[in-house]
Design a protein around this ligand. Sequence first.
Ligand code: PLP
Length: 456
Amino acid sequence: MSKNEIPYKIYLNENEMPKFWYNLRADMKNKPAPLLNPGTHQPMTAEELSGVFCEDLVKQELDNDTREYPVPQEILDFYKMYRPSPLVRAYCLERKLNTPAKIYYKFEGNNTSGSHKLNSAIAQAYYAKKQGLKGVTTETGAGQWGTALSMACAYFELDCKVFMVKVSYEQKPFRREVMRVYGASVTPSPSMTTQVGRKILAEHPGTTGSLGCAISEAVEVAVGTPGYRYVLGSVLNQVLLHQSVIGMETKIAMDKYGIKPDVIIGCAGGGSNLGGLIAPFMGEKLRGEADYRFIAVEPASCPSLTRGVYAYDFCDTGMVCPLAKMYTLGSDFIPAPNHAGGLRYHGMSPILSQLYDDKMMEAVSVPQTRVFEAAETFARTEGILPAPESSHAICAAIDEAMKCRETGEEKTILFGLTGTGYFDLVAYEKFHDGKMDDYIPTDEELKAFRARLPKV
Ligand SMILES: *Cc1c(COP(=O)(O)O)cnc(C)c1O
């Protein structure tokens, strides 16, 4: 198909939107390893998980076999407020790079929360409401997940208690305020309101917190408050299931115009956007129907796939959550303060970890200043101000496109543009003022954290 026949933006109409989520696990020969009880090291049962998570979500979490989950009508209705998201041909970026590559991006930043996280937030809130719960608790780092969940809870009139990593709470007051607009209560973590928070504060007075601490606090409150459950915005199998809407839409749109990507790229924090984007394509690869290259992009300061180990580890600092087998840096790894808050988790989705271990997927890590250079090239050509997290994918996509310039190959590159950077202007300011550093952990540092992995 010639260039002119493909529009700048491919929008699906409402009837073309996917009606089901795709469960990639159904097509995996090597299934992701089960979550283990941290005390007994036995696989977590549905009953055990139901004390923490909503019932329907527990079923989805444990279901390695059902290929398709119909999206409930209430969720489809909500999706229609901000989906389908556009699939954009980056003609202007291609021209700037002078590359024969064809670059596409799927843009998930067109909703108030500013990222793809709303796709799973609305699903999790729906199942909590369906179960008759009063509310949910969660953690948020940079604030995108907390914002998305606040929006979803407001829609279903659920209470929403967010533990926000203290450093972000202080540095991102605007994010906090958006959550409050949607009715959430926001507590800086670690806090004195939980046992685990008090313990962490006693041991590390003055700590600015981490995602792992905030998870421990949110779980403690969920388990201890009648009518509440805990919800998580990434890493879990159920979250990748909900995020498959990104890949399903992309696949439908590309098929409509006869486009087949050669390389599919996404940034990877806990793995939810990448897992969602690649899902239907990876399914084809697993079934032997097509071949694609998949590239996970992570910050060099928090390199779970590229420099971590594949092992059972705690999901949180307080060690109250189940153990997950994943590529991890160790649950007490605290990355150098980089500016891609959403990519600072110590572990990676068990699904993606298994696929990476099976060599179905590649991973690269990129230093921070290169990410911001790529972000600016993108902003200046395509117009959108990208989130620092998303800019990791932009950086790798530009690298691939530049390789095509060398070789003359007309590859089709698809990447996930997960969100906008309006709340990240302090990071852009540091970059402009030459105050951004590129700290990369040494092998010795990583080894020290690994030594504290649980023995399973
Ligand atoms: C949270 C977030 C990410 C990373 O999370 P994943 O679960 O790895 O997708 C990436 N981009 C944005 C904009 C985010 O908010």
